[in-house]
Design a protein around this ligand. Sequence first.
Ligand SMILES: NC(=O)c1ccc[n+]([C@@H]2O[C@H](COP(=O)([O-])OP(=O)(O)OC[C@H]3O[C@@H](n4cnc5c(N)ncnc54)[C@H](OP(=O)(O)O)[C@@H]3O)[C@@H](O)[C@H]2O)c1
Length: 280
Amino acid sequence: MVSHAGLRDSSMPDLHHKLLPRVSPKHAPNVLVLGGTTEAGALAQALAASSIRACYSYAGRVQTPRPQPLPTRVGGFGGVAGLVRYLANERITHLIDATHPFAARMSANAIVAARQAGVPLIALTRPAWTAQAGDRWQTVADMPSAVAALGGAPRRVLLALGRMHLAEFAAQPQHHYVLRLVDPPAAPIPLPDHHVVVDRGPFDVAGDLALLQRHRIELVVSKNAGGEGASAKLAAARQLGVPVLMVQRPILPARTEVHEVDAVLAWLGHGATLGVARGV
Ligand SMILES: NC(=O)c1ccc[n+]([C@@H]2O[C@H](COP(=O)([O-])OP(=O)(O)OC[C@H]3O[C@@H](n4cnc5c(N)ncnc54)[C@H](OP(=O)(O)O)[C@@H]3O)[C@@H](O)[C@H]2O)c1
């Protein structure tokens, strides 16, 4: 059985047939996966194992992207118009947005381009994290609000945000910032007092406990990314009683959204391959 528990639309039973594109053997899918996440990697494994024709797309943000078991392309498409062109030129039949929940521009572009190109779109996402007993979270709507919330006396802050937003925190220069980045910084960091840790997830709780203790972290700033790979810092903060400034996800226009690889395969008309992604 196919579970659609992850679908965002509560009227799912009525939409069921509309959401499943009918794919005859003559019209086998030719899929474009917008990637850059653990979930996209699991999907790539499942597509490859199911012999579904697909291409995996990276933005090109990190120096050495993880190899994928699919043909891979790297770099932006050139906005909505570029993506529409790409979908047509490559005769893409299905678009899967498996990007990070904070990759809002790519996701918004995908919604518009898919509509313009007449290509069905589904998003593979992970549920947001929710606070548990013992958590000391302060939730803020966006990055400017996170920066504003950092006013006051100097603290030792773990900025677990990647490199894209560092410049915004220059508005609060009084803190000692510990930055965890995938690659060594290519440009000077605009924060007067910082320490860079180069590391790539998934992270574990023991490692993140050690990180928080070693750097005497007093506050963790985190995006609400969801998923397993980056949640260790939250468990570590909970154990140590360290507060977390949690940045909410950007809000996107409505789209078909699932949380499981199996649901994407079913959407592609490959229900027979259900289970292929388990344990990936
Ligand atoms: N944001 C995060 O916190 C975060 C965390 C982990 C991984 N990632 C991954 O890193 C990538 C970039 O994230 P972002 O936040 O910079 O995205 P973004 O702000 O939404 O995207 C900016 C531009 O980068 C290009 N782009 C983004 N994702 C792409 C992809 N998968 N394939 C081809 N082009 C892509 C697009 O350029 P064009 O307009 O030219 O097409 C897009 O308009 C995404 O693939 C995302 O999954 C992001």
